[in-house]
Design a protein around this ligand. Structure first.
Ligand code: PLP
Length: 402
């Protein structure tokens, strides 16, 4: 037998820039769980892990589609019924210059396709810091680095316009705006949206408006779409079933391309080309889109009521605990308290899992201003569970830092 030498297969160097702290911590948690401890998971934004259920009329719509044989490939852009419902929803969001709509395998795929269809080597894209790590992961796959702009904690985590302006380069092609925001829970004001739109207009940037949490506004008011504020500016608005409609496992998202028709034509065709290359999004699940957008919305009242109570509990606790302070989230289900400790936030978060069996995500996993430390809480669990988790966090803080 010839002696063969084992040669290690080396993963591509570009993966060094892919980080997904939210799931990376799972290895630490798995070890703690193996020792027989139950982990309190305040780390993953999946409502189905907690006391939230996919509305039954959505399940019925998918079941019916499956029974009726909608189990083959779907048209690449999406099934007509879903596309019509997404257009009608864009109209309700007051987006008046819609040029195209398409369905994807979650907003994750919308982001992937839209960035891939736009960016060339050497281009850059403005992304928020702290950010949702998917954006930097997709950029890494394109061999690009994010050009991050700050969200300003002192201004309720609104985008820092001065920072955006000074970060724009001749190679900047677009700007990502996550509104309502993950991980901070902030919601942009109309005047902020107008100012960002004006910068995009002036510098010929495509706006990527990630509005996956647009129906989860916890106080009065509603999400204002930047594409509605600036119908002339090229934009892709993202939406989906994962959060508003409590069906993250179905992997259904969509994109709405808007702006001047001539300006977005070629780019939009580029997206369609990529949509064809990956065949289609999940087929039967697309039949839940019309059911979701046009059927009963009752679940939202209950979801917002629960989230408001859990948000209030979170903020009250954080702002009365030494070493913590927290801007009150206005949307989604995340809080991003600042923590004043002598060591890194990742060390704290790992200790929290090992010693107290509570899992949050360190701020450094999302990006944050140098010198500041944070962690992200998902406040989806019920108030009793949250209270237990918060008591454990406070305990570790006082044990570790006196
Ligand atoms: N965008 C943001 C801001 C998110 O928080 C998430 C998921 O947490 C996504 C996109 C991905 O959503 P989807 O489940 O539709 O892929």
């Amino acid at each position: 037998m010839p002696i063969t030498q084992t040669r290690e297969i080396i993963a591509a160097a570009r993966l060094q820039n892919v980080r997904y702290a939210i799931r990376d911590l799972a290895c630490v948690a798995d070890e703690v769980a193996r020792q027989g401890h139950k982990i309190l998971p305040l780390n993953i934004g999946d409502p189905i892990n907690f006391d939230f259920e996919t509305p039954p009329h959505l399940i019925e719509a998918v079941y019916k589609a499956m029974r009726e044989g909608k189990n083959g490939y779907a048209p690449s852009p999406g099934v007509k019924e879903a596309l019509d419902a997404i257009r009608a929803e864009a109209e309700r969001k007051k987006i008046t210059s819609v040029q195209d709509v398409f369905v994807t395998t979650g907003v994750s795929e919308t982001v992937d396709l839209c960035l891939t269809a736009l960016l060339n080597p050497g281009d850059d894209l403005l992304t928020p810091s702290p950010d949702y790590p998917l954006y930097s992961a997709v950029l890494a796959r394109l061999d690009l680095k994010p050009n991050t702009y700050d969200l300003n904690e002192e201004d309720g985590w609104q985008p820092d316009l001065f920072d955006i302006t000074r970060k724009i380069t001749p190679r900047t092609r677009g700007i990502v705006l996550i509104n309502p925001n993950n991980p901070t829970g902030s919601v942009c004001t109309r005047s902020m949206l107008e100012k960002i739109a004006e910068l995009a207009r002036r510098h010929n940037l495509v706006i990527f408006a990630d509005e996956i949490y647009d129906k989860l506004i916890l106080d009065d008011g509603e999400t204002i779409s930047i594409a509605a504020v600036a119908p002339d500016v090229p934009a892709v608005t993202f939406g989906g079933l994962s959060k508003n409609y409590l069906a993250p496992g179905w992997r259904i998202g969509w994109g709405v391309v808007s702006g001047d028709a001539a300006a977005v034509k070629q780019y939009s065709e580029g997206i369609q080309k990529l949509l064809r290359a990956r065949l289609c999004a999940n087929h039967p699940e697309q039949y839940a889109i019309r059911a979701a957008l046009e059927g009963p919305q009752d679940h939202l009242i209950e979801v917002r009521r629960k989230l408001r109570g859990r948000r209030d509990l979170t903020v009250r606790w954080a702002n009365s605990t030494p070493r913590l302070r927290c801007v009150s989230p206005r949307g989604a289900f995340y809080a991003f308290p600042r923590i004043d400790i002598p060591e890194g936030d990742e060390v704290f978060v790992r200790e929290l899992i090992v010693q107290k069996h509570v899992m949050v995500v360190h701020g450094s996993g999302f990006g944050q201003k140098p010198g500041t430390k944070h962690f992200r809480i998902v406040f989806l669990p019920d108030e009793e569970t949250l209270s237990r988790a918060y008591a454990a966090i406070a305990e570790l803080l006082s044990e570790r830092y006196h």
